[in-house]
Every structure is written in structure tokens, then in C-alpha cells.
Ligand binder design. Structure first.
Ligand code: HEM
Length: 392
């Protein structure tokens, strides 16, 4: 539920024209948004009832709800949820650790493997990847801020820490055109088979789609010999690096969504630099908490005219260094790694994608399947911060 910065546009259904310029029908009036309320409940009916009650309570204070989006997380029996194109999503997450935590023996607690990221990357007021306390908003030291339980700010005398234990949330409403996605995968496979009938019997729409994402529909990483085996819980393994597993991107293409979104150590020019580049990549992690909206498309090859997509949500304490870096320097970088003139094949605009297929290099054209409908950046307050904001 979104109560009315800027940037939440009313939507139209026009795809972006090939030259990228918006048509008249695409130019929409942005809606001013001041806050987002996320209500989590056990089922849709309960969430609807709660949402109506919250909306009625807000109306008493002249707060207008400008956008409502029923969201679902429908995990399977392994706890894995799939996005609308059909792929397991929400799998790879950073593992936040507290750099100040100590073991019972009094020594610093060890970080937890390759996905370890300091807590301050996600919680304001804690040590981040730059060994600084992630900065956040402060408020004057008043009876109200003290009563709400806000801690005195460590550096700013006369102020209390409104940010401590809060975070920043990036929200993007991303509409997905599922039929266009699968049509494009089909066209790509047909084009390769027509060009190279002798060596391409294994290539179909599913083969291309897996390479666009970089994982199988079940979520297993693509490797030169097939798929990365499941972990000891039977779930897709996420504790991997690219340099030893697949340095050339023969399994998981260099430009695949997951390899761009988190290159891990793969941008290292040599094995000696692997740890340095892994550490550098871990300075740009985001904690994703997306949810689907809209009904599942019954027949993925035929559009039913209904609105569906992903409400992409992620937490980070430095939006420019984390979310924006991932989007700009990795996903939408036309010269990412060794590539030229192509962007993320899943979420980027229409264009080419390079797929290494053993000795061959395949190029397929992908269309635009994901459209940004609206979004903004928000401060996520801690409970004491929320109690203080209530007094204003
Ligand atoms: C509709 C749009 C999108 C879809 C359908 C989508 C889908 C996926 C899927 C299927 C995965 C692999 C499974 C997983 O690790 O969770 C994934 C991973 C990921 N995506 Fe997206 N995604 C979308 C948009 C975005 C955007 C806008 C960003 C960031 C700007 C992003 C960042 C990531 C990251 C960081 C990973 C994890 C990579 C890793 O650590 O291995 N995604 N996405």
C-alpha cells in the first residue's frame, strides 16, 4: 500500500519503442508518494481485511492511498518461490555478520563463507564493508526522542540516532511480459537451429532461457558439465565462485543475469586476484525481498492481457554503492566483463546476448520483457524510530 517522492507513474501498457523514446501514450503523470506500508499476513483474505482496516485508519488523518498491490510469496515444499517467468527466485542472498561479535573465547566471530557481508551493509549504525558505521538520519535530543528509546548519537552531540537498526529500501514495480519472454526464447532457439542445424539439436527455448538467467528453472547454477549439484539440504547451492568452476562462462554465460548481478570472483584477471575481486564484489550486495503480483499466466506462450510482475524490494544502507551500482555498473553495463554492446538479457532493453557453447559462440537477440512501472527509495525505520515518528 503506497501513501502519496515522486516516481510512481500511472501505467500504460505500451512497450518501449525500439529507439527508446517514449510514445505520447507512455508519458504519464508521476504520483507523489510519501510512504509505503507493507502488510504481511498468512493468506490473501487476511491481508485484504487488514489492508482495508489500515486504509480506513489512515483516511482519518487525510492520508490517501494512491496505489495498492496484492503480493504473493508461494513457496513450494522446499520453501522455494518462483517468479513469473518460472525461475526459482530469492535464492542467492548475502549472509550479514556482525564485525563486532566475538566468540565465547573472546576472539572475533568468523565471517560465514563467501557470501559474508558486514551487518552495516544492511543495518544503519553498524560497521559496513568500509569499516565505518553506516550513517543514517538523526533528530534533536528532545523528551519525545528520548521517550521513544532512540539512542543518543555517538558523534552528534545533542542529537539522537533515528537511523540506528533501520535501513533503506529500494522498491521497483517491474512488469513482466511472460508471453514475450517465452516467444523471444523460442525465436532465439529457432534462429540458432536454422544457422547451425548440425550442432544445435540440444537448443530449445528452455536452453536459452536458462542461459539468460544463469540458473536452471529449479535454481541450480549452470556449469560447463551441466548443473551445480544441490547442497546438503537438497537446495540449489549458493556457496560457489566462478573462477574455479566456470572461468570462461561456458556453463553460466558471462552476461547471464546472475553473473552480472553478482559476479563474485569472476572479474579477477588471475587466480591470485580472486579474493580481492570477491571482496570488492561483496561491497555491492543487496538483500532482496521481492514479491510477485498478478496471476500466473496459464499458457506461457499466449498473453492474457493481465498485469503481472515483480515488486522488487531490496535492503541496503548505501543505495548508490549497492543497488545503483549493481544496476548501472553490472546489469546495464554494455561493456561488462569481456562483452561488447549488450546488457542484462533478462531485465535490460532489447539487444544481443552472447552465449558460449563449448567451442562455439552463439549470439541471440532478446526483446524487452521487463518494464519499470514505478518505484522509489524509502527509509525503513527501526521500532524505536517508528515510535518516535508516531509522536510527530
Ligand atoms: C522482473 C525482474 C527480475 C527478475 C524476473 C529476476 C529474476 C532473478 C532470478 C530468477 C535470479 C536467480 C535466483 C536467485 O539467486 O534468487 C535472480 C538473482 C538476482 N537478481 Fe534478479 N530479477 C529481476 C530483477 C532484478 C533487479 C532489478 C536487480 C537489481 C538491480 C536484480 C538483482 C539480482 C541479484 C543481486 C541476484 C542474485 C545474484 C547472485 O547473488 O547470484 N534482479 N534474479
Amino acid at each position: 500500500m503506497i501513501a502519496g517522492g515522486p516516481q510512481w507513474s500511472a501505467n500504460t501498457h505500451q512497450p518501449t519503442p525500439p529507439d527508446g523514446a517514449p510514445t505520447q501514450a507512455q508519458i504519464t503523470t508521476p504520483t507523489t508518494v510519501h510512504a509505503v506500508v507493507l502488510l504481511y499476513d498468512t493468506d490473501e483474505a487476511a491481508a485484504e481485511t487488514w489492508s482495508a482496516a489500515v486504509e480506513a485508519a489512515l483516511a482519518l488523518h487525510d492520508v490517501r492511498v494512491v496505489h495498492r498491490l496484492p503480493l504473493v510469496l508461494d513457496p513450494d515444499n522446499m520453501g522455494v518461490s518462483r517468479e513469473h517467468f518460472g525461475f526459482a527466485d530469492g535464492l542467492s542472498q548475502p549472509a550479514p555478520f556482525d564485525a563486532q561479535a566475538v566468540t565465547l573465547a573472546g576472539v572475533p566471530a568468523p565471517a560465514d563463507g563467501r557470501n559474508s557481508v558486514p551487518l552495516g551493509e544492511f543495518l544503519i549504525g553498524h560497521l559496513n564493508g568500509h569499516h565505518e558505521k553506516a550513517p543514517g538520519p538523526i533528530v534533536p535530543d528532545t523528551p519525545a526522542s528520548a521517550a521513544a528509546g532512540l539512542a543518543p548519537h555517538e558523534l552528534a552531540e545533542g542529537f539522537r540516532d533515528l537511523g540506528l537498526n533501520g535501513s533503506y529500501v529500494v522498491i521497483r514495480e517491474l512488469r513482466q511480459d511472460v508471453a514475450a519472454f517465452w516467444r523471444s526464447m523460442q525465436k532465439g532457439a529457432e534462429a540458432i537451429r536454422a544457422r547451425d542445424p548440425e550442432h544445435s539439436a540440444h537448443i530449445d527455448a528452455g536452453w536459452i532461457a536458462e542461459r539468460v538467467v544463469g540458473r536452471s528453472v529449479e535454481g541450480h547454477l549452470l556449469c560447463p558439465a551441466g548443473y551445480q549439484p544441490a547442497d546438503r539440504y537438497g537446495l540449489p547451492d549458493n556457496d560457489f565462485l566462478f573462477l574455479d568452476l566456470d572461468p570462461q562462462g561456458v556453463g553460466c554465460p558471462v552476461g547471464a543475469h546472475v553473473r552480472r548481478a553478482n559476479p563474485r570472483d569472476s572479474l579477477a584477471p588471475s587466480a591470485a586476484m580472486a579474493q580481492t575481486l570477491l571482496d570488492a564484489a561483496n561491497n555491492h550486495r543487496i538483500l532482496r525481498r521481492g514479491r510477485k503480483y498478478g496471476p500466473k499466466l496459464a499458457d506461457p506462450s499466449t498473453d492474457d492481457g493481465q498485469d503481472r510482475g515483480l515488486l522488487f524490494m531490496c535492503l541496503n544502507t548505501d543505495i548508490a554503492r549497492q543497488f545503483e551500482f549493481v544496476q548501472q555498473t553490472w546489469l546495464l553495463n554494455e561493456n561488462f566483463a569481456t562483452l561488447f554492446d549488450e546488457t542484462d538479457p533478462l531485465v535490460g532493453p532489447a539487444g544481443a546476448m552472447t552465449i558460449r557453447d563449448t567451442a562455439l559462440r552463439r549470439r541471440v537477440d532478446v526483446e524487452t520483457f521487463v518494464q519499470l512501472v514505478g518505484g522509489d527509495y524509502f527509509f525503513l525505520p527501526s521500532l524505536p524510530a517508528l515510535a518516535y515518528l508516531e509522536t510527530l
